[in-house]
Design a protein around this ligand. Structure first.
Ligand SMILES: [Zn+2]
Length: 119
């Protein structure tokens, strides 16, 4: 506990800390966890003991109470993640737009002399 120093105006207690929390989510349990970003991940779900999914700060996760939206979101998220991994693995892909991550992957410039040059 830290004492409040100075003449802070009375109001809702909302400390402005510089510590940014990361959000983790257990998809199966429909639970989100906030964790200090300096702590090592992954977060383990308190209910099912499985590692949680890391939620990128750009992503807006629907409320777990809205089961349908929640499921839809994570299905999409996983397919985007798969797509992303495939891009990094293959190296040559079409343009990929990941709405959830707000990312756009452009195909790498074709290097001359690659063995599978399509002609
Ligand atoms: Zn869980």
């Amino acid at each position: 506990m830290r004492a409040v120093i100075g003449s802070a105006p009375a109001g809702p207690a909302r400390p402005r800390t510089r510590v940014s929390n990361r959000t983790w989510a257990c998809v199966a349990c429909g639970k989100t966890y906030r964790r200090d970003q300096r702590l090592p991940g992954p977060v383990i779900c308190a209910i099912c003991r499985n590692p949680c999914e890391y939620v990128h700060w750009k992503m807006r996760v629907p409320s777990p109470k809205k089961a349908r939206e929640w499921d839809r979101f994570w299905r999409l998220y996983r397919s985007e993640r798969r797509e992303l991994e495939r891009c990094f693995r293959d190296g040559n892909v079409e343009e990929v737009v990941l709405d959830l991550l707000n990312m756009r992957i452009l195909p790498r410039l074709k290097r001359p002399g690659t063995s599978d040059g399509r002609r």
